[in-house]
Design a protein around this ligand. Structure first.
Ligand code: ZN
Length: 148
């Protein structure tokens, strides 16, 4: 008997199902943990650490490689998206953290896309746009600040 290890944890069950299908398609046996808890208490998903996709001990290394290949995990930087409050005078042409002008836009798939995929089996390109800085590597989204 081999032990099960957490390969990745995801906030939404829909994401976990996608990862599970992806790993299984590569021949890795998986199991979900805390899926029901997350469905029932979806607001608490963050609190319990999301849905865990479990793999067997001996599959752990290859599972990590497959997840990396699929873009589910990024060992170099766990990208954390910051919220930057802006107003009419904010200069959006420069990085709010290091003020470099070497910035760009990045599209990240929205979670709604995953849910639609699960229901209809079709990928609709729904993306959220984030800004990122090539200089300091930070990512952020702008939120308009209400006038005080
Ligand atoms: Zn920067």
């Amino acid at each position: 008997m081999s032990n099960w290890r957490e390969a990745i944890s995801l906030t939404y069950p829909a994401q976990a199902h996608m990862v599970q299908g992806y790993l299984e398609s590569e021949g890795i046996e998986t199991m979900l943990k805390d899926e029901l808890t997350t469905q029932v208490y979806s607001m608490n998903s963050f609190a319990i650490g999301g849905v865990k996709v479990m793999v067997r001990d001996e599959d752990y290394e290859s599972a990590q490689k497959i997840l990396e290949k699929g873009g589910y995990i990024n060992p170099e930087k766990a990208s954390k998206i910051e919220t930057v409050y802006c107003n009419g005078t904010t200069n959006k042409k420069q990085c709010p953290f290091c003020h470099s002008e070497n910035i760009g836009k990045k599209k990240i798939p929205d979670v709604i896309m995953l849910i639609i995929y699960l229901i209809l089996g079709v990928i609709f390109p729904i993306f959220r746009r984030t800004d990122m800085c090539f200089n300091c590597g930070k990512e952020w989204i702008y939120k308009r600040q209400k006038n005080v």
